[in-house]
Design a protein around this ligand. Structure first.
Ligand code: SF4
Length: 491
């Protein structure tokens, strides 16, 4: 059993490349760069001109797809791939994507990042029509919707390969409520789509004339590929032998990109919605220093995710930035799995206080977020035991008061420390001398906005504000989260 992670966890990353001689090797590398978006399973499906070839595996990308024999079997000039994180109980091979199915028009592989908030309703409807589900992923509902969709007569067929198939996919996507950034592949084309709110990221890249779709730009960098642009919210791109066609078949809505991507999910070297994530995190730290100064000797990040904000805080506050906590980067599954008998070690497996640096000092600890608070308690305890005179905690996101239903693994609301406690109560629970969180407006400013628009927020910030921009259809219809999790694993 893995150690519990006291963080929100991004659940999936997707990657696809169309028309490249080394398609599969590039997908494996791209997925490796997206590993932070999901560590429990990975898969690749390629098309070699005659047939689809699929390989899926539990574990890290490098555990399986670094084998040249595996890559060699995945022949073809087009391939898509997926990394996923699954909630407990969902870690089975049948849930690892891309999913593949044979249709009346031929094969289709699909990989999805996001969560459908009407998945329960869709699945019940599809099952009542005779559909049989083999996995518990939301993504399989999309597969069945494509299978049962009919070409809409009212729509003009797009000037792409297999226009009828494209129209059926659009029909299927129109029935979805929730979030999706997905890549799909048929014999003739690759398709990328982002839900109308654009909650999860998806970017377009280019390498040697071949077009690429990826969750983040860091997956382009590893290949030396060029970043072309973000796929727009509500945009569907079709990539075939004639190039790229862009379709916008949905009614436009105000975009709601996930603001937590800036705080924690995305890799700091990625460009997200036109902005470098590392720079946003530094600006968050600077805003935090202005909003919540503390009389202290040094700024110490909780590594690794607290590092950029701590640098920004230290610069703005004119304080030294010190690595007062050292992270062991070699704590992986191989060590954690057999370690149940030493679980009491907890965070010490991963973090150790740098005693010589912090003894006798007044320390400002900077972390990206507080979720349950259990890890914060242990880290603060560790820093105090190492001799820190005072510990002031500064958090690079507002209090996390609500769960996410849009493709992120989060605890139930009642398990979130901030859902039922005041800041003073949290301060006492964590055991720090002072505790402050960045304000929602400060977070928006760090992303480049002037302030949060209270009527139409520029981002999804539901886990901080409780304002869910996309209907939680299954929940409103009376499904309990426990039942939902049986029906629905997020992609
Ligand atoms: S609730 Fe919204 S902001 Fe929070 S993690 Fe989910 S998508 Fe992101």
């Amino acid at each position: 059993m893995a150690l519990p992670v006291d963080k929100f966890r991004e659940e999936c990353g997707v990657f696809g490349i169309f028309g490249h001689d080394s398609a599969t090797a590039h997908v494996a590398l791209g997925l490796h760069a997206l590993q932070h978006r999901g560590q429990e399973g990975a898969g690749i499906v390629s098309f070699d001109g005659k047939q689809f070839n699929a390989e899926r595996s539990l574990g890290l990308v490098g555990d399986h797809f670094n084998d040249p024999k595996v890559i060699a079997q995945l022949r073809g000039r087009s391939a898509i791939g997926h990394v996923r994180y699954a909630t407990t109980g969902g870690t089975t091979l049948r849930n690892v994507q891309p999913l593949f199915a044979e249709f009346d028009f031929g094969g289709l592989a699909i990989a999805h990042n996001g969560n459908l908030t009407n998945a329960g309703a869709l699945k019940r409807e599809l099952v009542s029509r005779g559909c049989i589900f083999q996995s518990t992923t939301d993504t399989e509902a999309i597969v069945h919707l494509i299978a049962t969709a009919r070409e809409p007569r009212a729509m003009v067929p797009p000037a792409t390969a297999s226009p009828g198939v494209v129209l059926r996919i659009i029909e299927a996507l129109k029935q979805l409520v929730g979030t999706y950034s997905l890549v799909a592949m048929t014999q003739n084309f690759m398709l990328g789509a982002r839900d109308p709110y654009g909650v999860r990221p998806l970017v377009l890249g280019e390498l040697d004339g071949a077009l690429i779709l990826a969750s983040e730009t860091c997956a382009l960098d590893i290949l030396g590929a060029r970043f072309v642009r973000d796929i727009d919210p509500g945009e569907i791109v079709i990539i075939d032998e004639s190039g790229l066609k862009s379709l916008k078949p949905f009614l436009p809505v105000s975009p709601k990109f996930c603001v937590f991507e800036y705080v924690y999910f995305a890799r700091p070297d990625s460009i997200v919605e036109g902005t470098n994530v590392y720079e946003v995190r530094q600006r968050i730290g600077a805003e935090l220093a202005r909003e919540a100064p503390a009389d202290a000797d040094m700024v110490v990040p909780v590594p690794d995710s607290g590092v950029p904000a701590a640098i920004g805080y230290a610069h703005a506050a004119g304080l030294p930035f010190e690595l007062g906590i050292i992270r062991n980067h070699y704590v992986g599954r191989t060590f954690i799995e057999p370690a149940a008998q030493i679980r009491h070690l907890g965070v010490k497996l991963k973090h150790n206080a740098n005693r010589a640096t912090i003894t006798g000092k007044r320390v400002i600890l900077v972390d990206d977020s507080i979720v349950r608070g259990t890890t914060s308690v242990k880290i603060v305890d560790m820093v105090r035991n190492a001799g820190a005179k005072e510990v002031h905690m500064r958090v690079a996101s507002p209090p996390t008061t609500n769960s996410c239903f849009y493709g992120v693994d989060t605890p139930m609301r009642e398990d979130l420390l901030a859902s039922s406690r005041t800041i003073e109560e949290m301060r006492k629970y964590i055991g720090v001398d002072s505790l402050s969180f960045i304000s929602l407006d400060g977070l928006y400013r760090a992303t480049g906005q002037q302030a949060r628009n209270p009527k139409t927020p520029q981002f999804c910030d539901a886990c901080f504000s409780g304002e869910y921009p996309i209907a939680l259809t299954d929940f409103l219809s009376g499904d309990q989260p426990a039942q939902l999790s049986l029906l629905s694993e997020r992609g």
